[in-house]
Design a protein around this ligand. Sequence first.
Ligand code: S3P
Length: 426
Amino acid sequence: MNIEKSTPLRGEISVPGDKSISHRAVMFGSLAKGTTEITNFLQGADCLSTISCFRQMGIEIDNQPDRIVIWGKGLHGLNGPNDTLDVGNSGTTIRLMSGILAGQSFDCRVTGDASIQKRPMKRVITPLSMMNAAIDSINHNGCAPLKIQGRKLKAVHYNSPVASAQVKSCVLLAGMYADGVTSVTEPILSRNHSELMLNYFGASVASHGTTASILPDPLLEGRKVIVPGDISSAAYFIAAGLLVPGSEILIKNVGVNPTRDGLLKVCAAMGADITRLNENTVSGEPTADLLVRYSSLHGTTVGGEIIPTLIDELPIIAVMAAFADGTTVIKDASELKVKESNRIAVMTGNLSRMGVDVEATEDGMIIHGGKPVHGAEIDSHLDHRIAMSFAIAALSAEGTTKIKDADCVRISYPNFYEDLNQLKGL
Ligand code: S3P
């Protein structure tokens, strides 16, 4: 994919449904009794992996053009799959599903692509083992493929060393199959979509500060779920609108849950002109339209409690920092190293190729912005968020930027380049 410096981006756009919420709607709908109907579902490869895993376990799921319909079979209605479950590139699928699989009455194996087989699964193996689950890394390296032998689980309180919604959700889902109240405390509050949606389906999840707890054996009932637009996808067009002179973009119906909206706070700290319009709540999740206008940005520091609320947006924040005046420090973000790629190494490497003054640190990066940036050959490392971040950097860089394996955007945003071209007026 070759991308040139751009003229102003203008117009209105709706980004696809939220990835985290789409995964959860399929999982909880499968475990609920009755029919679940999901609209604005993200048809990205990751969420399609979740659908295919639950189909393999006997759940009927109809993927229609305008909605997903799931005929849920209840908490104990899954069948043992005939083959290994394949989560593709999806960390959310493997980590959340492990919590569900640990409490079943069948055994199974779960794996995914080369990236998934390198990502840490000990973070779910440890709490699930405390709950008496039989879950093993088949190659004894703490990664997938996993072997999970379902059994009755023991309720525990788990003190998680990482602020991870995938870990928290895994433990809460296993807690539905436990013999008492299961709770999990995390160092900083991570996204709370599981807590909100489990309650929406009829479970009893209580949240106090950074602790969430769940009562066992809930009666989940099928629901209608309207998925808000994904703020992690909107992030690319927010950045594009801010960076390309003369731009004005209205992004409709974006999920602005406070556990996900750290990007908007960082943009404000960098001097961005973004207005929230039409604030609303759909299926328990806050939404807003975002009006973004070109702004002259300055550097800032991003660290501490805000990190989990923008963890997936750090690559595009690094791009904004490259074009902002002054220095931006990103810290407390060592989790970046264990995402779809090592995003500290991959971001700093690719930004350097574009002439950006950037240094990698142990837990983030330091970017001295506002200097000339030129097009370069970018290796996405098959990481969707890297490909999209550099497609946006390319709009403000001199010359041509060439992105390798650019079609990996299909993981979370299949029409990304089409939507970008629409805003360019092409
Ligand atoms: C997600 C949680 C985050 C995020 C990922 C989606 C989720 O991961 O990076 O893209 O849906 O729960 P961690 O829980 O590992 O931080």
